[in-house]
Design a protein around this ligand. Structure first.
Ligand SMILES: [Zn+2]
Length: 172
């Protein structure tokens, strides 16, 4: 009776343990889809690691770690959909010679993808405080504009009549 070998085909080398805050994930590397290979890379836990498979890189040194994107899309009743946008995410370039790029930092990009800003955590916190101040000013401006338009509305003859009826408790 044949007996299955007790030993399983072993890896030649035992995988090293990932550093704290990291795990091994598959990444696709190669010049073309047909010639690419899947390799295991050490990836920080904040990284959206699916992208290492869905967005292949040509060289292993092209691998970038990126977190989920936060966005502000500014609407307009004028021409164009969302002409002003800001996108931000956490990023690290594991082989950058500059330690600020190698460490986890924040990238901020505009709508066209033409301008990139690189922020340390301290810089991002300062920007966040300014954005909170901006949001407060924006609410204030909305209130000014709404009140201004209501004032303009009162001067409209039809609106005057509607308001008069409302104030008298009548149906409009
Ligand atoms: Zn990653």
């Amino acid at each position: 009776m044949g007996q299955l070998p007790m030993s399983t085909p072993a890896n030649c080398y035992e995988l090293p343990k990932p550093r704290p805050g990291h795990r091994f994930v598959p990444a696709k590397v190669g010049a073309t889809n047909d010639t690419s290979v899947i390799v295991l890379i050490e990836c920080p836990t904040w990284c959206s690691s699916e992208e290492h498979l869905s967005e292949p890189v040509r060289e292993l040194s092209d691998v970038m770690h990126r977190g989920p994107v936060a966005s502000v899309n500014v609407p307009t009743f004028g021409y164009g959909a969302y002409p002003v946008q800001l996108h931000a995410w956490v990023e690290a370039d594991p082989v950058a010679s500059d330690i600020e790029y190698r460490q986890a930092h924040i990238e901020v990009q505009d709508a066209g993808g033409n301008e990139f800003c690189h922020l340390t955590p301290d810089m991002a916190e300062k920007l966040a405080d300014e954005a909170i101040g901006f949001a407060s000013e924006l609410r204030h401006q909305a209130r000014i504009a709404r009140l201004a338009n209501q004032t303009v509305g009162d001067s409209d003859p039809d609106m005057d009549e509607a308001l008069r009826q409302v104030r008298q408790g009548g149906a409009v």
